[in-house]
Write a protein that binds this ligand. Structure first.
Ligand code: NDP
Ligand code: MG
Length: 395
C-alpha cells in the first residue's frame, strides 16, 4: 500500500455543518490527515470542544472580543493549541506553513478573505464557501491558477461535475452542464402559497441537513442560482452551456453532457462527506463513512423543470450572471441581508426575492475590475437592502 505524507488541514467554519462533516472524514484517516487549524465565527465553547476532540495546533475565532475566552478555555482544557482572533490572523495561518490543505466552509461573504488567501498560497483548496465565488469568482480562480492552487469544489453539484470532468476545466467537448436541484421544502407550491411559510418550514430541507442560511437559500432556489454563478467560474462555461433540472430524490448530483451524446452523472446518497473525501483524497478515493447507493431501494429517479414564477431567485441569479460585473456581488449581498432578516422573523419569505430584485434594479452592474470594486458593491447592496427592510417588516 502506498504511504502518504501526513497532511495538515485547516478547517474554516469548523463549528458548522460542513466543518463537522470534514472533521468526521479527517478523523477516519489518522496518520494521513490531521486538523491542524480550526476556525469559527463566534461560537467559542463549540470551538474549544472541537479542539479537545481534534487537538489542532491553532484555533481562530473571528470575533476579536472572544480572544481571551478562547485562550483561557484552551489553557483550562490543558491543550497546547494556540489561540488567535480576527480575519488577518486567520488569513496568515491559511497562507503559512501551518497547513497544506484548506477546507473553506465559512458561510457567506465573510469567507472571501480566507478563500482568497488560500487561493494565493498554493494550498489544496476544498471550496464549500460558494458566496466567495459568486462575489469574486474571477479573482479567486485567477489567483488559484497563478499560484498553482488546486481548487476542489465541495458543493455536491460541483463536486459531481468535477468528478465527471476529472478536472476543473470544461473543454470544448462539453456541450452542457446540468445542475440538479432538490427543489427544496416548497417544491410544487405556487407563489401565493409561499407568502405565509415560516422559518421552521423553510429550514426543514427534505434531503440535506445543512446550516440555516443555505437551507433558506435552498427553499427560495437562490442556492441553485448561486451555484450557476459558481459553476460558471469554476468550470469556465458561459450560461449557454449551463442548465438546472429539479430532481427531488437528490441522488443524481449533477450531469455533464458531451458533444458525442454521452451524459456522465455522479450518483450517491445525499451526504457531504462524499464530496469532502473526494477533496481530501483526489485523485485517490478514500473512505468517507458514506455507504454505497442501492438503486433497488431508490427505484424512482424523477426530473422536472424549475418553476421560476414561484421561485424568482433563480431567474434573478441568471440575470445577474448575464449582467456580470458587480451584479452577482449585489445579488449575493442583498440575499444575505434578506435571509438573515427572514431567519430573525422580521420579514416574510416572499420579501427575500423582492429585496434582491430591488437591489439589482437600484444598483446597475458596473465592471468588477478589482477586489475593492466588488467589496464596495457588496457594502452598498447591504446598506440599501438594510434600508429597504423597513418596507417589508412583518406585523
Ligand atoms: P453553518 O451555518 O452550519 O456553519 C457556518 C460556519 O461558518 C460556522 O462554523 C460559523 O462559526 C462560521 N463563520 C461564520 N461567520 C464567520 C466568520 N466571520 N469568520 C469565521 N467563521 C465564520 O453553514 P454550512 O456548514 O451549512 O455552510 C458553510 C458554507 O458551505 C456555506 O457557504 C454554504 O453555502 C456551503 N455549503 C454547505 C453545504 C451543506 O451541506 N451544509 C452544501 C454546499 C455548500 P460560528 O459557529 O462561530 O458562527
Ligand atoms: Mg449544492
Amino acid at each position: 500500500m502506498a504511504t502518504h505524507a501526513l497532511r495538515n488541514v485547516a478547517v474554516l467554519g469548523a463549528t458548522g455543518s460542513i466543518g463537522a462533516s470534514a472533521l468526521d472524514v479527517i478523523a477516519r484517516h489518522p496518520g494521513r490527515y490531521r486538523a491542524s487549524v480550526l476556525a469559527a465565527g463566534q461560537s467559542v465553547d463549540a470551538l474549544i470542544a472541537l479542539c479537545v476532540a481534534h487537538r489542532p495546533d491553532h484555533a481562530v475565532i473571528a470575533d476579536e472580543e472572544s480572544y481571551l475566552r478562547l485562550r483561557d478555555g484552551l489553557a483550562d482544557a490543558g491543550l497546547p493549541t494556540q489561540a488567535h482572533a480576527g480575519t488577518p490572523a486567520l488569513d496568515a495561518l491559511v497562507s503559512g506553513p501551518e497547513c497544506d490543505t484548506v477546507v473553506a466552509a465559512i458561510v457567506g461573504a465573510a469567507g472571501l478573505s480566507s478563500t482568497l488567501a488560500a487561493a494565493r498560497a498554493g494550498k489544496r483548496l476544498l471550496l464549500a464557501n460558494k458566496e466567495s465565488l459568486v462575489l469574486a469568482g474571477e479573482l479567486v480562480t485567477r489567483a488559484a491558477d497563478a499560484s498553482g492552487t488546486e481548487i476542489i469544489p465541495i458543493d455536491s453539484e460541483h463536486n459531481a461535475i468535477f468528478q465527471c470532468l476529472r478536472s476543473r476545466q470544461a473543454q470544448g467537448d462539453v456541450s452542457r452542464i446540468v445542475l440538479t436541484a432538490s427543489g427544496g421544502p416548497f417544491r410544487g407550491r405556487r407563489r401565493d402559497e409561499l407568502a405565509q411559510v415560516t422559518r421552521e418550514q423553510a429550514v426543514a430541507h427534505p434531503k440535506w441537513s445543512m446550516g440555516p442560511k443555505i437551507s433558506v437559500d435552498s427553499a427560495t432556489l437562490m442556492n441553485k442560482g448561486l451555484e450557476l454563478i459558481e459553476a460558471h467560474h469554476l468550470f469556465g462555461v458561459g450560461r449557454e452551456r449551463l442548465d438546472v433540472l429539479v430532481h427531488p430524490q437528490s441522488l443524481v448530483h449533477s450531469l455533464v453532457e458531451f458533444v458525442d451524446g454521452s451524459t456522465l452523472a455522479q450518483l450517491g446518497l445525499p451526504d457531504m462527506r462524499t464530496s469532502l473525501a473526494v477533496g481530501l483524497g483526489w485523485p485517490e478515493r478514500i473512505a468517507s463513512g458514506v455507504g454505497g447507493l442501492d438503486l433497488l431501494r431508490h427505484p424512482r429517479l424523477e426530473f422536472e423543470a424549475p418553476d421560476t414564477d414561484a421561485f424568482p431567485c433563480l431567474r434573478l441569479a441568471w440575470e445577474a450572471m448575464a449582467a456580470g460585473g458587480t451584479a452577482p456581488a449585489v445579488l449575493n449581498a442583498a440575499n444575505e441581508v434578506a435571509v438573515s432578516a427572514f431567519l430573525q422573523g422580521r420579514i416574510g419569505f416572499l420579501s427575500i426575492p423582492a429585496l434582491v430584485e430591488d437591489a439589482l434594479a437600484a444598483l446597475p452592474a458596473t465592471p468588477a475590475d478589482s477586489l475593492d470594486a466588488l467589496l464596495a458593491a457588496d457594502a452598498q447592496a447591504r446598506r440599501l437592502t438594510d434600508r429597504n427592510l423597513a418596507g417589508h417588516l412583518s406585523p
